[in-house]
Ligand binder design. Structure first.
Ligand code: ATP
Ligand code: MG
Length: 743
C-alpha cells in the first residue's frame, strides 16, 4: 500500500504526528480534532513505513468496543491481520498477560475475576470473620478505601500503620482481604493491573521479554489514566519503547475514580525527548456547537489551553428547550427524534445523553410509547438494574409468597445472616415436600441452629409485618416503606462512591415512577398493575445490537463517541452540575469538563433541555437551569418555549403567541428571569379542546384531587389528558377512564 493513503486523509498537524520520527510522542488536542484518528493512522504508519510487526504493537483504548473498531480500521487500511497485536483496555490487557503467566504471578491457573459485587461480598465476609460491627465498618466504605489504595499501587504492607484506630482497623481488613483473595485464587479489577506491574518488577527476565516485544505502545484518552495504569505503562515501556499518548486535559472526567490529569505533565518529564503535537482543527462539529463548547470550558482554570476551530459552516443554532417538567422534556425529545427520522436519518445517528442513570426511566418510557427502538449504551435499562430488580422482587413476594424467584432474590438481600447452608436446606425441604420456598422456610425455621433460625424467622416476620403495615398506603408510599424496612435503601446508601449513589438515586426514582403511575384497571391492585408494566418494560423491548436504534447513555460513557444529532437532557443545577460537586473542590471543574465532553459529541445538531420542575429520585425539584447554559453565548442558542404555557403569569403572555413551539430569538438573557409559578391555573392563554376538556380547565379526579388541564395526546378511546394536580404534580390520564369532573 502507498504511504499517501495513510497520510492523505489527514491535515498538516495530524500528518506531522503520524509520520513523526520513531520516538515518544504526545498529542494534546481538543475534542474532535482527530486524536483517535491519528492514533490509528500512526499504527498503520509504524507497520508500513518503519516495518514494525503488528506483533510488536500494543494499543490501549478506552472500551472494548473502541478496540474492535480500531482493529477493523487497521485491517481495512493495511490489508493485514491484526491478530498478533495487543489492542484493548488496561484491564483487558492485564488480564491477558496474567492468563499467560499465572504461575509466575502466583495465581492458580483458573483464577477467578471478582467484579465489584463479588469483591464486596468477600470484604463483607472478612469483616464478619473479624467480628467487626458492619454498622461501624460498612463494607462498602472499606471496599472504596482498599480500591483507592490499590489504584495507587499500594499493598497493605506498604501502608504505614499510624496507630490511629480507624486506619489500623481498615488496614487489617485490607490485609485479611488480601489473604482471602490469595486463598481463593481471586483477582479484583485493580488487582489485574497491580499484579501485572508487580510481576514485571519482580521478574526481570519476563519484563525484558515483553519490553523486547512491545517496542511501540499507544494510549488513547491518556488524560484519564490513574496512578497504577501510569506505573504499568512506564514499567512496560522501559527506556527503549516508544510511547504515543493522545489526550485532552479538558476531557478528564474520571478524577472521582482516581484518574490523574497530572499524568500528562508527568509523561513529558518521565519519558525522554517527548515530541509534542497539538491539533487545533475540529472536524466533528459545526461552528455553533464548537463555539458553545469552547465558551463553556473557558470558565475552567489551570487549563493547558488550546484553540479549537473548524472551517465547517455555522450550522443550525443550538436548540434549548425549557420544558415544563421531565415528562414534557421527554415528549419534546421524542417529537424531535420523530421529525429527524422522518427526514430520512438513521436512528443510530442520534444519542440522548444525561448526567444520572436514573434520568433514563422517563426517556425510556416516552420512547417505548412512541415505539422508537433504543439501546441503553454501557448500562442496563432502568427496570433491569440490580437494585430495581431487588426492590421489585420484594413487591412480588409481598403480593405472592409463592414466588420462588422473588424469594431467592431477596431472602438475603441486603445480607441478614441467612447463609448458603440455610438456603440449601430450604431448597431441599421445598423439593421433598413439593412446596414453595416460603412455605418450606416457615416449616424448617424452628429446626435450624439458633443463629440461622433467628435470621430466617426475622425475615419471615418482617415480610408479614410489612404487608400489614403497607396495606392501606398509596402505591408510592408502599414502595417507599418497603425500601426502608427491608434495608435496601440503607444498604446502597452506605456504599461509598458514585456506584452507591447511583443505586440510591435509582431506588428513589422507582418511588417517582410509582407516584406517576396511574392504574387503569379498577378491579386490580395498583401494585400488581405496576409490576406488570415494569416487567413489560424490562422485557425484550430493548432493540437488538444490530437494529437501528436511538442510543441512550450517561455523559461519562459517551467519551470518544460522536453522533450527528445529540440531546443533552436535564441541564439543571444540582443535576448537572451534580449536587455532589458542591462539596468537593475541583468537582465543579470536572462537571464542566463533562459538559464539554457532552457538547462536543454532537456533529450537526445539538438540542439541550431543562425542566422547570422535575420529579427525580422520588422528589419534586425546581433547580433552575444549569450554570453551564448561561456560559453559552446567547447568540448561539435558539430557545424553544414549551407548547403549554400554563405556568406563565398572565401579564407576561404575549397574545400574538400561538400554541405550539415558539422560538424566542433573544437567547437566554430572558431565560430564568420569568418567574415560573407551578400549580398553574392562572389562565391568560389560548385554549384548545379535546374530548370535552379544555386546556386550562380546572378538573377534579377522585383520587388525585383538583388540577388543571395542561395537555392532550391521541384521540377517541386512546385520548389522554395531562393534568397538573395541586398535590400530585402533572399526570397523564386516559380520558375515558379517568372520571374527571369539571370544577
Ligand atoms: P475525542 O476528543 O472526542 O476523542 P478525537 O480528537 O479523538 O475526539 P476523532 O474521533 O479522531 O477525534 O475525530 C473526530 C471526527 O473527525 C471523526 O469523525 C474523524 O473521522 C474526523 N476527522 C478527523 N480528522 C480528519 C481529517 N483530517 N479530515 C476529515 N475528517 C477528519
Ligand atoms: Mg478520541
Amino acid at each position: 500500500m502507498n504511504p499517501e493513503l495513510i497520510l492523505d486523509p489527514l491535515n498538516a498537524a495530524q500528518r506531522e504526528a503520524v509520520s513523526a520520527p520513531d520516538a515518544n510522542l504526545l498529542v494534546l488536542a481538543g475534542a474532535g480534532s482527530g486524536k483517535t484518528r491519528v492514533l490509528v493512522h500512526r499504527i498503520a504508519w509504524l507497520v508500513h513505513e518503519f516495518g514494525v510487526m503488528p506483533f510488536g504493537i500494543m494499543a490501549v483504548t478506552f472500551t472494548n468496543k473502541a478496540a474492535a473498531e480500531m482493529r477493523a480500521r487497521l485491517e481495512q487500511m493495511l490489508d493485514i491481520s491484526t491478530r498478533g497485536m495487543w489492542v484493548g483496555t488496561f484491564h483487558g490487557l492485564s488480564h491477558r498477560f496474567l492468563r499467560a503467566h499465572w504461575e509466575q504471578a502466583g495465581l492458580p491457573q483458573n483464577f477467578q475475576i471478582l467484579d465489584s459485587d463479588d469483591q464486596l461480598r468477600v470484604i463483607k465476609r472478612v469483616t464478619r470473620d473479624m467480628n467487626l460491627d458492619e454498622d461501624r465498618w460498612p463494607p462498602k466504605q472499606t471496599q472504596w478505601w482498599i480500591n483507592s489504595h490499590k489504584d495507587e499501587g499500594r499493598r497493605a504492607f506498604e501502608i504505614e500503620d499510624h496507630g490511629e484506630p480507624v486506619q489500623s482497623t481498615l488496614l487489617s481488613v485490607y490485609r485479611q482481604y488480601e489473604a482471602a483473595c490469595e486463598r481463593g485464587g481471586m483477582v479484583d479489577f485493580a488487582e489485574l493491573l497491580l499484579r501485572s506491574w508487580e510481576l514485571w518488577l519482580k521478574d526481570a527476565a519476563l519484563l525484558a521479554h515483553y519490553r523486547q516485544r512491545f517496542q511501540h505502545l499507544l494510549v488513547d484518552e491518556f488524560q484519564d489514566t490513574n496512578t497504577i495504569q501510569y506505573k504499568w505503562l512506564r514499567a512496560l515501556a522501559g527506556p527503549e519503547a516508544r510511547v504515543t499518548a493522545v489526550g485532552d486535559d479538558d476531557q478528564s472526567i474520571y478524577g472521582w475514580r482516581g484518574a490523574k490529569i497530572e499524568n500528562i505533565h508527568q509523561f513529558q518529564r518521565d519519558f525522554t525527548g517527548v515530541r509534542l503535537v497539538r491539533l487545533e482543527q475540529n472536524y466533528r462539529s459545526t461552528a455553533n456547537i464548537l463555539n458553545a463548547a469552547n465558551a463553556v470550558i473557558a470558565n475552567n482554570y489551570g487549563r493547558l489551553g488550546k484553540n479549537l476551530w473548524t472551517d465547517g459552516g455555522e450550522g443550525d443554532p443550538i436548540t434549548l428547550y425549557a420544558a415544563f417538567n421531565e415528562q414534557d422534556e421527554a415528549r419534546y425529545i421524542v417529537d424531535e427524534l420523530q421529525k429527524w427520522i422522518a427526514a430520512g436519518h438513521q436512528r443510530a445517528e442520534s444519542a440522548i445523553l444525561y448526567r444520572s442513570n436514573a434520568q433514563s426511566r422517563v426517556l425510556e418510557e416516552a420512547l417505548l410509547r412512541a415505539g422508537i427502538p433504543y439501546r441503553v449504551y454501557g448500562g442496563l435499562r432502568f427496570y433491569e438494574r440490580l437494585e430495581i430488580k431487588n426492590a421489585l422482587a420484594y413487591l412480588r413476594l409481598l403480593l405472592n409468597r409463592n414466588d420462588d424467584a422473588a424469594f431467592e432474590r431477596v431472602v438475603n438481600t441486603p445480607p441478614r445472616g441467612i447463609g448458603t447452608s440455610t438456603i440449601d436446606a430450604i431448597r431441599a425441604a421445598a423439593r421433598t415436600r413439593s412446596v414453595p420456598l416460603w412455605a418450606a422456610a416457615k416449616d424448617i425455621a424452628s429446626s435450624l441452629p439458633a443463629r440461622a433460625r433467628n435470621a430466617l424467622q426475622g425475615f419471615i416476620d418482617m415480610v408479614n409485618q410489612l404487608q400489614r403495615d403497607i396495606d392501606s398506603l398509596e402505591l408510592a408510599e408502599k414502595v417507599d416503606r418497603v425500601l426502608l424496612v427491608t434495608g435496601l435503601l440503607e444498604y446502597h446508601r452506605t456504599e461509598k462512591g458514585e456506584r452507591g449513589e447511583t443505586r440510591v438515586e435509582n431506588l428513589e426514582e422507582l418511588v417517582s415512577a410509582c407516584r406517576a403511575f396511574t392504574p387503569e384497571d379498577p378491579e386490580r391492585g395498583a401494585m400488581e398493575q405496576f409490576l406488570d408494566t415494569a416487567s413489560l418494560d424490562a422485557g425484550d423491548t430493548q432493540a437488538e445490537e444490530f437494529e437501528d436504534s436511538v442510543q441512550l447513555m450517561t455523559l461519562h460513557s459517551a467519551k470518544g463517541l460522536e453522533y450527528p444529532l445529540v440531546f443533552l437532557a436535564g441541564m439543571e443545577e444540582n443535576l448537572f452540575p451534580h449536587a455532589m460537586s458542591r462539596e468537593e473542590p475541583g468537582r465543579l471543574e470536572e462537571e464542566r469538563r463533562l459538559c464539554y465532553v457532552g457538547i462536543t459529541r454532537a456533529m450537526q445538531r445539538l438540542i439541550m433541555s431543562y425542566a422547570e420542575s422535575r420529579r427525580l429520585h422520588g422528589r419534586e425539584t425546581m433547580n433552575g437551569m444549569s450554570r453551564f447554559l448561561r456560559e453559552i453565548p446567547p447568540e448561539l442558542l435558539q430557545e424553544i418555549r414549551p407548547r403549554l404555557q400554563v405556568t406563565r403569569p398572565m401579564g407576561s403572555w404575549n397574545s400574538s403567541n400561538k400554541w405550539g413551539q415558539t422560538p424566542i430569538s433573544h437567547g437566554p438573557k430572558k431565560m430564568g428571569s420569568d418567574p415560573i409559578f407551578l400549580g398553574g391555573g392562572r389562565g391568560g392563554f389560548r385554549q384548545e379542546e379535546s374530548e370535552g376538556l379544555r386546556l386550562g380547565q380546572r378538573v377534579r379526579h377522585p383520587r388525585f384531587g383538583e388540577g388543571v388541564v395542561i395537555g392532550f395526546e391521541g384521540q377517541g378511546a386512546h385520548a389522554r389528558v395531562n393534568v397538573n394536580f395541586a398535590t400530585e404534580g402533572a399526570k397523564w390520564l386516559v380520558v375515558s377512564m379517568a372520571k374527571l369532573e369539571s370544577v
